[in-house]
Each structure stands twice: as C-alpha cells, then as structure tokens.
Design a protein around this ligand. Structure first.
Ligand code: ADP
Ligand code: MG
Length: 603
C-alpha cells in the first residue's frame, strides 16, 4: 500500500505560521505528544474495561527517547494505535483542523501571542521543532495492518504499510536544524519534569520513570493524612515553610474541578506570586499563570487546580468571560470561605493564633470580592493595642457604650504603630476608650472599606484630632478663656510657630490633657497613605498640613497670657515643640533648639 495526498483543506500552509509565531513556547511539542500517547493508553484501558478489547493490556507505558546523531526524538506508546484510515481521519483531518483553528484564533488576537503559545496546538506542534515527522503505528484491532505516515512540513503526506509487531504508536521527530537544542538529555528531562510530572500513565525517560501517576489531588480525601498533604506541598515547593492548612477540592458537577489549595503564611510584603498555583488539565501541567482562572486575592494561595473544563486554547480576555471559569472562581471562593469559617468555629483560639498569617489574605479577599466579604465578615478579626482579638460584631458590642458619639455613630479608634503614637493612645485610655492596631499595608484600604460596610461607623486614627473631638459627646468641657484671651493666645502661637502649614485652634480640653496637640486630620492622612501606596499619587505631593490644637483650659495657657512678650513666644514655641515631639515630628535643627531651650528653662 502506498498513498500520497494533500492535507490542505482551506488554509494554504499553516506550518510556517506554527513555526514562526509560536516560537516562545516551542517546548510544548513534547507535552502535546506525550499527552496524546497517554490518551492513547487511557483509551485502550477504557476499551478493555468496556469489554471491547480482550487482549493483554500489558504494562502501559510511554517512552521518550532521543538520538543526537540521527537527530531524532521518539515518543512511543503501547496504547490503542491507529489504522491507516484512522490516521487519515485523526491526523490529516481532525488534528489538522485543530491546528488550523488554533492558528486562525491566534491570527485574530495577534497581541496575545505569548499567552496563546502556552496552550494546546495538538499533534501539529511537532512541526515547531521538526523538519519531518513520522508515525509508525499498529492498531489494537484484530488483523490490523501497521501503518506509516510521513510528512515533511509541507502540506503533503504519504501513507505506507509499516513493519511493526507491537501494538501502539511511535512518533518519530526528525529535528530541524534550528531546534537541535532539544537533542539534549537535560533539556528533555527538564521539559518532561515540568509538564509530565503527574501524568496518569508512566513516562519513561533515560531509563527511569519520572512521574507520579496518582498525584494527591486525584485521591480520596478520606484516605489521606496530614503528612501526605505536607509532603506533597514540599514536593511542589521544596524550599517553602510548611503551610498553615489546606483545602482539597473535589467537584464533578456542574463542572469538573479537583485540586489542593494550601494557605501559606502570608508575609506583610505581599509576595504575591512567589509560589504560584499550578494549573493542570487532566494531570497535564498547563501553566502557573493562573491570573484569570482564579480571583486575584486567591493567588496568595499555593497548590494545584486541575480542570478539563477550563478552555485552554483561547486568549485571556475570552477566559475571563468563560462561564466555567466564572463558576470555578466562585466555587473556589466559596470553598475557601467555608474552610476558614469551619476553622474559626471549630477552634477559635487556634484561629486567632493563625490570624497573624491569614489576616492579610482575609482582608484582601473582603476588599476584592463581595461574596467573600459576606462570608468573611463573621470571622474577620480585629486586634487592639493590648493584643486582644475580637470579631467585628463582638468588638462593636465591647465599645458601643463608651465610643458612641452624640450623633449615634460608633467610633473605632486605631493606631498604625502603638509605640509611635503612645501619647495619643494614653489619652484615649484615660477615657477608657479602646484602640485598635491596624498595622498591615492593606489596612489603609481596609479601614475605608469597613467604614462603608458597617452601619453608622467611623474609624479614626487616635492622632487625627483631640480626643474629645474624635468622639464628640453631648456634654462639653467649657472654655475658661474669654473671647479676647482666645484671640490673643491664638496670635501668640501663630507668631511663634510662623509656618502656615500649621493651623492653630484654641479648644476646651480637660485640664489634664496636653497643652498642645499636633494632628493631621483623618481625611488628609488617609489620602496621603493611599498616595504612598500608589492609589492617588497626586496627594502624595501635597504639602502636609497639621492642626495645632491648643488646650485653652491647661494652666499654661493662662501663664502664657500673663507673661511678657518675649517670654510669651518662648513658652508657646516650647509647648508647640512638645506637641511635635509626641508625634515624632520634631527633628533636625528644631530638635536642637528645643533641647537648648529646655536647658535654659530648667536652669
Ligand atoms: P487532541 O489530542 O486534542 O485530540 P491532537 O492534535 O493532539 O488533538 O491529536 C489528534 C488525534 O490524533 C487524537 O485525537 C488521536 O485520535 C490521534 N492521535 C494522536 N496521537 C496519537 C497516539 N499516540 N496514538 C493514537 N492516536 C493518536
Ligand atoms: Mg492532543
């Protein structure tokens, strides 16, 4: 038997396109051919289990071999094989149209070439590295005749009868001059390790089996122990610390998804992608760029996802709109929230211990996904400066008596750094107010978010106003000074400070409060913080403005008013410097002159 033919149906010649445009990912030819060989073996198993094949299955195995002298790479399987007619159908028509469709999609979305290059081109990806491809195959069917197909990269092919006595298929690649890099043991091993590590049929290369055919995620959770999960994690990320906990996903309706997601200890500097989630499709590694397959906040997690329902040979924008991807997204989000809730309910103390490492993740999730927020608001924790931990609801309950202002708003106070704002924290404590600690990089965003979500709630940094204004109450402290005295005192301060970035205001504070408090208003500071985080960068360049709150009831106010002109200014300046000092704002020459003035004042 000998037959020549022409593959081309409607496309002129796709091979130059395959070669030229998909070059960033040439190595995937091996993934495609090995997974075809695995498919062929699985299909035979299936036929046997259905009673449609009664011969020996034998030891189903895929072998990858290469010959540097002959410049060939061979992928052998003992799967179901093909007859000459099947080659015509599956290789000349189906595989070819698959490749054509792929290239056409690619040409439409020319800008996405790298991404598309990741995904399956099928059998014809062999031509990315070969000048000639041979198939020698013997079908499992009774009385099948072995067949040989050869194609040199043009659209012409040739089919002849072959010599082959064992069932299965050999794909022989005659490697092109520009691809000889692949005729190397380490290169091939590297590619096989990357894509084929968890394939369900044994892959033999260089005398050794290199895959685990039953990776953990394909097994039943009930038969697995913690050690198994930890060991698998180490296998995926050899240099990483143990994860905190994990979720074993196992869905088969309405879409197919398995996988294991691990919660790492999330560091404050948000190392987003250091250990990436790996995406598989039926145990074939596809990519670790899962950006559009899972919501961004879930990318803080590690592990594997395996789904044949994720369309792989499409561009990203299409992926985002895909129904299955959306369902997978919301399913994974729900599972993650459920797991956290379960841990929280089961052992609150343990959950609190872990909060340090998962708090950032939970907040990030709440900010970016409303469904996640709905679930997480019950187990999202707040920590105060005493390191006590509360749920949001419990915390509201704790502070509501003392920290509700005259308009019925619940006011939560916080500091970003207990040490630096100690003076302010102390004045809050004098009122028996509680102060929260919000010290992670995400908190700037989280605070604003929480304020919006929680009804009648304000969240203010302890140093953003005088304590009595932070939580304004009905009963007011009276100001001892007359109108005239207030005006004079204000002028004295303005003159001695002599800087328009500081706005002086005289206020009635309790006698035991500081004589002068320097604050940056909450709104102003928040905008600045956002600017610093790249949010609204124009605010970052605004000059800082502060409010200088002078306590008109402090005895030093009277003293300043009574002093002679020169002394007035010295005292006012000194009180102002004390205010700066407790904010950590007194530095440089100002600090030096404060020190020498202090010495003068006490001697
Ligand atoms: P896909 O794997 O998505 O079907 P491919 O282009 O990779 O597309 O392969 C096309 C077809 O060629 C396969 O569906 C299969 O029928 C056939 N085929 C490819 N490789 C083999 C093989 N090693 N053994 C048997 N059939 C094969
Ligand atoms: Mg294939």
């Amino acid at each position: 038997m000998q037959e020549k033919g022409n593959i081309s149906i409607h496309t002129e010649n796709i091979f130059p396109i395959i070669k030229k445009f998909l070059y960033s990912d040439h190595e995937i030819f091996l993934r495609e051919l090995v997974s075809n060989a695995v498919d062929a073996s699985q299909k035979l198993k299936k036929l046997a289990s259905l009673g449609e094949y009664n011969g020996e299955l034998g030891d189903l195995k895929v072998k990858v071999e290469f010959d540097a002298e002959a410049k060939t790479i061979t992928i052998k399987d003992n799967g179901l094989g093909m007859t000459a007619d099947e080659i015509k159908k599956y290789i000349n028509q189906i595989a070819f149209s698959g490749a054509t469709e792929f290239v056409e999609k690619y040409i439409d979305k020319g800008d996405d070439k790298k991404i598309i290059g990741h995904f399956g081109l099928g059998f014809y990806s062999a031509f990315m590295v070969s000048e000639k491809v041979e198939i020698i195959t013997l079908s499992y069917q009774n009385d099948a005749v072995p067949a040989r197909w050869v194609c040199d990269g043009s659209t012409e092919f040739e089919i002849t009868t072959a010599e082959k006595t064992e069932r299965g298929t050999d794909i022989i690649l005659h490697i092109a001059e520009d691809s000889v890099e692949f005729l190397d043991k380490w290169r091939l091993k590297g590619i096989l390790d990357k894509y084929c590590k968890f394939l369900p049929i044994e892959i033999e290369f260089d005398g050794a089996i290199l895959n685990k055919t039953q990776p953990l995620w394909t097994r039943q959770p009930s038969e697995l122990k913690d050690e198994d999960y930890l060991e698998f994690y180490k296998e995926l990320y050899p240099t990483s610390e143990d994860p905190l906990f994990w979720i074993h996903l196992n869905v088969d309706y309405p879409f197919n998804l398995t996988g294991i997601l691990y919660f790492p200890k999330v560091k404050k500097d948000l190392e987003l992608n250091r250990n990436k989630i790996q995406l598989y499709s039926r145990q074939v590694f596809i990519t670790d760029e899962v950006k559009d397959v899972v919501p961004e906040f879930l990318m803080l997690l590690h592990g594997v996802l395996d789904s044949p329902d994720i369309p792989l040979n499409v561009s990203r924008s299409f992926l985002q709109a895909d129904g299955n991807v959306k369902k997978i997204n919301s399913h994974v989000t729900k599972k993650v929230a459920d797991k956290l809730h379960e841990l929280f309910k089961k052992d609150k103390a343990a959950f609190e211990d872990k909060w340090e490492h998962i708090g950032l993740f939970v907040k990030y999730g709440m900010l970016s996904d409303d469904k996640f927020y709905e679930r997480a608001k019950d187990f999202c924790l707040l920590q105060n400066v005493e390191k006590e931990i509360y749920t949001i609801a419990d915390y509201r309950e704790k502070i509501k008596t003392l920290q509700t202002d005259k308009d019925g708003n619940l006011v939560m106070l916080y500091t970003h750094d207990a040490g630096k704002l100690d003076a302010f924290v102390q004045s809050a404590k004098k009122r028996s107010y509680d102060v929260l600690l919000f010290d992670s990089p995400i908190d700037n965003h989280f605070i604003g978010f929480l304020e919006n979500k929680e009804e009648k709630t304000q969240i203010k940094r302890v140093d953003s106003d005088s304590i009595d204004k932070l939580i304004a109450k009905e009963e007011k402290t009276e100001l001892i000074l007359s109108e005239a005295e207030q005006t004079t005192l204000k002028e004295v301060y303005e003159k001695s400070i002599n800087n328009t970035s500081y706005r002086v205001q005289i206020e009635a504070l309790p006698v035991d409060e500081q004589p002068v408090t320097v604050v940056m208003p909450e709104f102003m500071r928040r905008m600045k913080d956002m600017g610093g985080m790249g949010g609204m960068s124009f605010m970052g360049s605004f000059p800082d403005t502060y409010n200088v709150i002078v306590n008109g009831n402090h005895e030093i106010a009277k003293k300043i008013l009574a002093a002679d002109d020169a002394k007035k200014e010295v005292l006012a300046k000194h009180c102002f410097d004390l205010g700066l000092l407790s904010q950590g704002l007194l530095t440089g020459p100002d600090l030096s002159s404060f020190l020498s003035r202090s010495v003068n004042l006490i001697s």
